[in-house]
Design a protein around this ligand. Structure first.
Ligand SMILES: O=C(O)CCC(=O)C(=O)O
Ligand SMILES: [Fe+2]
Length: 302
């Protein structure tokens, strides 16, 4: 490992994630979040304008993580077995997942198998044990995220559960085809992805997670950009030291030193309904941004 400590790798293997703190300047987050309010057409200071509590915005500005948050890029390389295994540039964007008050009218419920919405990310491909499309699940905090304020719930003992399920289905699983309600019942360790603006959670791609209530109605902005691998993961590398920590976590989950995995189904990309929705959303956002620019121009002239 070039960047992460042995303790951080151990934590990743045991809990399926690591948290990195203050990885990029808060001012950048502030600028993008401020513009997000204009894009949404909501007034940040007036909750009565917040028509939807949950919005998954399209990304309009992209940044290369190697420049924007070099520590994160170094950690990602460590977890995936080196930069040459990763499709570059690894980009983030301002495609925020916004939680402005999901379930705000109900009492707060802590994370449990009964919480709704547990899932594994990746609505854009057919899932195999070795899928390269989602090398890691990342959660980037663009606002402070607090307990009861919409922190993403994560099941920190879900990697083995999902690994076994994928190993039993070499024909591939559709994004909507996982029995998440059954899988989460096998989990018992839950945490909340809280933190400060600029903090980043790097998680195993199999981690089960769910949106939570934001009973505080404190605006929460995160993104969840995937990292793409150039090649499928491998669990039978000649030199066992060549297995990345993500691959090692899978081997450990299956209780084996090496594993010959061969998909029996065809790898396939899927175009999720989300993409069409986000294209439409983007057109409406552009109109609002243009409107706010012309208002500013008029103000400046008078
Ligand atoms: O909103 C959240 O906390 C989680 C969102 C999420 O997991 C997703 O959009 O895939
Ligand atoms: Fe997710």
């Amino acid at each position: 490992m070039r960047y992460l400590s042995p303790e951080q790798i151990d934590h990743f293997l045991e809990y399926g994630y690591i948290k990195l703190e203050r990885t990029f300047p808060a001012g950048e987050a502030e600028r993008l979040v401020e513009r997000a309010w204009v894009r949404l057409g909501y007034d940040a200071d007036d909750p009565s304008t917040w028509a939807e509590p949950r919005i998954h915005m399209p990304g309009v500005e992209r940044m290369d993580v190697a420049d924007f948050a070099p520590g994160v890029w170094a950690a990602v390389c460590d977890l995936l077995g080196g930069a040459d295994r990763i499709v570059q540039p690894y980009n983030w964007s301002d495609g925020f997942v916004v939680n402005l008050g999901i379930g705000a009218d109900e009492p707060w419920q802590p994370a449990s198998p009964e919480s709704s919405g547990w899932h594994k990310d990746g609505d854009f491909f057919l899932h195999f044990l070795d899928s390269p499309e989602q090398g890691l699940l990342t959660i980037v905090l663009w606002s402070d995220v607090v307990h009861r304020g919409g922190p993403t719930f994560i099941a920190t003992d879900s990697v083995p559960v999902v690994a076994r399920h994928l190993a039993e289905h070499p024909d591939g699983i559709e994004p909507g085809g996982f029995p998440f309600k059954e899988l989460i019942r096998e989990c018992s360790r839950f945490e909340e992805a809280t933190g400060n603006v600029g903090d980043v959670y790097l998680m195993h791609p199999y981690i089960l997670h769910a949106a939570s209530q934001n009973v505080l109605r404190r605006p929460r902005f995160i993104t969840n950009p995937p990292v793409h691998l150039k090649e499928p993961m491998r669990f039978n590398r000649q030199d066992a030291n060549e297995h990345s920590p993500v691959e090692r976590a899978v081997l450990r989950s299956l209780g084996v030193e090496r594993h010959d995995f061969r998909p029996t189904g065809e790898r396939r990309r899927i175009v999720p309904e989300r993409i069409r929705r986000q294209r439409e959303m983007q057109q409406r956002e552009e109109a609002r941004l243009a409107g706010s620019r012309s208002k500013r121009t008029l103000r400046n002239r008078s």
